[in-house]
Design a protein around this ligand. Structure first.
Ligand code: GLU
Length: 504
């Protein structure tokens, strides 16, 4: 069987974790089976449509490095399928169902429908009506076909409704959930397929497109499960074979409730702005509700493409663990080369003003320094946006903290000045040391020779050079700054400490 699947978002909101999971699973499934992955914009609900959400969808695909395989004009670079450009097609299929007696024209006004709905809802909730009695009362179902056709041809406003075969049961098989049975009386009574403005409803456009696009597998969120019996009835009404359905387990927060804003970021845009790497997000989301090799957590997209299979999906809801996602981000950051990591962190450094004013691009020397600084922070980053703040002392003179911040444990001002003077003598050789090992051996020997603790010697020097007691590695920082800048910083710190001493 030729595998063809699709991600079919409605652009009525920002792309979120649940959507990403659906898109990713469809993408991986198609790739794993040499199939075709389709992107289809289900934008027929014009009241909720917003162009910015379409742009957000494209931006998300770009950021994640996803590409769909086919569009109306075909080819990898083609635009995706867009339902609002295909409305004539849906009308044709709705008309076909009317002709075959499987659908009918409904002339009820919006006011009447609302009145009926309220009445029936009230009856239903007071327990006097069966669920099949909720919603529309099917009044127009009884209008003789020729009369209805005449009225429609005369221009009377109408919708087209599906004629649900009452008193029957609809069965289908879900790949994950098994056999499912619905009494047709429990299915939305005679739902609208074509609205009075000529636009299809989600159900019609979705089923017609899945058929025309020869979709073999529908992998979608479990919230669509309730629509599936209706879709199956539509396939039967058209005389088409339905695709394989596989409804994906829900994504929950740690409290077991559906993942939402309350739990943290949910839109892909937010993750991106927080400094997540797309690779990390993809890797984590690929394991939301699927398990691959026991104990293994890191997979490249390529590896996932090879390993994905529907049999690896779990039935149980997936729990979204923000801490775990942070861990993934850290892991992916560690795997980057200096150049790659610098390129990913650069936009944050530019907007933080690391290279001059806010938004200033780096000059050639600054760019080199930025790249060379990556080994100093790679192990210390959880998010890309943390980079500029962590290494700002390499680009501008750090603000020196209060004198006490220079003091090693149990040392006072006088002792600290002595230690920093000793540190000053070591600054040039440390800056010029070939590597960390050489620098370390050198400073250890000096500490021993002067009978001071290594930590006591390093603390004031670290604060003088970086402006902080907690900083990226000192030796690497000194090498990047060079002896002259290093010495100038130590002198500035000594001056500060001396001023304080005099004042005291
Ligand atoms: N347009 C629906 C959505 O927004 C698609 C559901 C489906 O995949 O069939 O999720």
């Amino acid at each position: 069987m030729k595998i063809r699947d699709r991600y079919a978002p409605s652009p009525t909101g920002l792309q979120h974790v649940g959507g990403l999971r659906t898109a990713l699973f469809n993408y991986l499934f198609a790739r794993s089976r040499g199939g075709v992955f389709i992107l289809r914009l289900e934008d027929t609900d014009r009241s909720r449509f917003d162009e910015s959400y379409v742009q957000n969808l494209y931006d998300t695909f770009d950021w994640l490095g996803f590409r769909w395989d086919e569009g109306p004009d075909s080819g990898g670079e083609a635009a995706p399928y867009v339902q609002s450009e295909r409305t004539a097609l849906y009308r044709k299929y709705a008309d076909e169902l009317v002709k075959s007696g499987r659908a009918y024209y409904c002339f009820c006004s919006a006011e009447r429908l609302e009145k009926v709905r309220l009445e029936r809802e009230a009856a239903h909730s007071s327990g006097t009506g069966a669920s099949r009695e909720a919603g529309y009362d099917r009044r127009c179902r009884e209008i003789p076909a020729d009369e209805a056709a005449r009225r429609a041809a005369a221009g009377e406003a109408h919708t087209i409704r599906l004629k649900i075969p009452l008193d029957e049961t609809t069965c289908f098989h879900d790949y994950l959930l098994g056999d499912i049975e619905w009494k047709n009386g429990d299915v939305n009574p005679d739902p609208v397929l074509l609205k009075s403005d000529g636009f299809p409803t989600y159900h019609l456009a979705n089923v017609v497109d899945d058929h025309l696009m020869e979709i073999s597998h529908v992998l979608r969120a479990q919230e669509w499960l309730a629509s599936t019996p209706l879709h199956v009835i539509m396939y039967q009404s058209f005389g088409w074979a339905p695709p394989v359905f596989c409804h994906l387990p829900m994504v929950m927060g740690q409290d077991g409730k559906k993942l939402s804003k309350r739990h943290g970021a949910t839109s892909i845009d937010e993750f991106r702005r927080q400094g997540y790497l797309p690779e990390a997000l993809l890797n984590y989301v690929a394991l939301l509700g699927a398990s691959y090799e026991e104990g293994r957590e890191i997979y490249t997209l390529r590896e996932l493409e090879e390993r994905f299979s529907l049999d690896k999906l779990n039935k149980a809801p997936a729990i979204f663990d923000y801490k775990k996602l942070e861990w993934y981000n850290g892991q992916y950051i560690r795997m980057k080369s200096d150049e790659e990591l610098a390129a990913r962190c650069l936009p944050w450094a530019v907007s933080a003003g690391l290279f001059g004013g806010i938004g200033a691009e780096p000059g050639a020397a600054q760019r080199c320094l930025f790249t060379a600084a990556m080994p100093l922070i790679r192990e210390r980053l959880t998010f890309l946006h943390e980079a500029p703040e962590k290494i700002s002392y390499l680009f501008r003179e750090p603000e020196l903290p209060a004198p006490e911040e220079f003091f090693p444990k149990k040392a006072d001002q006088v002792r600290t000045v002595e230690l920093l003077r000793l540190g000053r003598e070591l600054t040039r050789p440390l800056s010029e040391a070939a590597d960390d090992e050489t620098a370390e051996a050198f400073i250890k020997a000096a500490a021993e020779q002067h009978a001071v603790k290594l930590g006591d010697l390093m603390m004031p020097l670290r604060v003088a050079i970086t402006g902080s007691r907690v900083s990226p590695p000192l030796f690497g920082s000194l090498r990047l700054l060079g002896a002259e800048r290093g010495l100038a910083r130590v002198d500035r710190a000594l001056e500060l400490l001396a001023r304080q001493e005099n004042a005291g």
